[in-house]
Design a protein around this ligand. Structure first.
Ligand code: NDP
Length: 273
């Protein structure tokens, strides 16, 4: 049985074992996927021990994504630019490859919901680790422009500079957005975890606007409720991104693309229980 793990602290609430167990069943893969919670400072030794014992691959979640980036012997382009790794895979020659599948998970979820990105104007709200991880995959869809805004505007400016050679990306303070229109607005802030909203002008939400909140919950998130009340065309939460990033990791490990839709449905039902 091939062994896989997710590392995080805390990890008890992680949906990854559930998701990957369903993916494995769906695709008839002989694999086992468990969760492990290293104490802070113990990640590197535990992940090394896991691979030494024959482990094939792992996911990494908060707060170890930057340490996983350091641990990898080789990085994909998107992981390099994200500055963080959420997937490690032991290659046949023993090299540990680090990837970041979060952004592709987001893009695939949007595309599955028929949200067009090519040629569209996208606003990315937030400039933390999650935002940095999705910029390259978003730019690869060739939007007409990707604007990044953040409470601390200097962080948005730093990200816009970092990705300037990869597409049409600019930073803007939230206060300058009032007279602007976007096709897609992605909230990557953690404001919703405490029921708060980023200070965005209401005029941003127009009848053609799709809003995506990376946070997910049983109830509509604070950001999506705000957008819905203002008449957004469609609101989506981050559950699909969670399943999408897992599907990308699974694909990297097993070479088979699982169906994200069915697993997403089951997770949503679980959330609503
Ligand atoms: P970080 O801590 O790195 O960044 C947090 C971001 O949120 C910063 O831009 C911060 O702004 C902003 N922020 C926090 N509170 C507020 C507030 N009250 N008002 C406005 N902005 C605020 O976190 P991550 O980027 O790693 O994660 C962000 C969110 O994305 C989390 O909620 C996480 O759960 C979610 N996520 C979801 C995934 C999924 O699969 N669905 C995957 C990855 C992340 P400032 O710089 O000014 O402090």
């Amino acid at each position: 049985m091939d062994q896989y793990l997710v590392f995080g602290n805390p990890i008890a609430q992680s949906k990854s074992p559930f998701i990957h167990t369903l993916f494995a069943r769906q695709t008839a893969q002989q694999m086992e996927y468990k969760a492990q919670q290293p104490e802070l400072g113990q990640f590197q030794s535990q992940v090394a021990a896991f691979f030494q014992a024959g482990g094939r691959g792992c996911n990494i979640t908060a707060p170890f994504k930057e340490e996983a980036y350091q641990f990898a012997n080789q990085l994909t382009e998107r992981a390099k630019l994200a500055g963080a790794v959420n997937t490690l895979k032991k290659l046949d020659d023993g090299v540990i490859l680090g990837d970041n599948t979060d952004g592709e998970g987001l893009v695939q979820d949007l595309l599955q919901h028929q949200v067009a990105l090519a040629g569209k104007r996208i606003l990315l709200v937030g400039a933390g680790g999650a935002a940095r991880g999705v910029i390259l995959p978003l730019l690869a869809q060739q939007p007409s422009e990707l604007v990044i805004t953040n409470r601390t505007v200097t962080k948005a400016q730093q990200l816009a500079e970092l990705f300037a050679t990869y597409g049409n990306i600019h930073a803007a303070p939230m206060t300058t957005l009032a007279d602007q229109a976007f096709d897609v607005i992605i909230n990557s802030t953690s404001a919703g975890l405490s029921g708060q909203l980023p200070a965005l002008p209401a005029s941003l939400i127009q009848p053609h606007t799709t809003c995506y909140d990376m946070v997910y919950s049983a109830q509509t998130t604070a950001f999506n409720q705000w957008a819905k009340d203002l008449g957004a065309k469609c609101v989506l939460d981050g559950l699909g991104m969670l399943v999408g990033q897992a599907a990308e990791s699974f694909m990297l490990w097993r070479g088979i693309r699982p169906s994200a839709k069915q697993v997403q449905r089951e997770l949503r039902m679980q959330l609503l229980k």
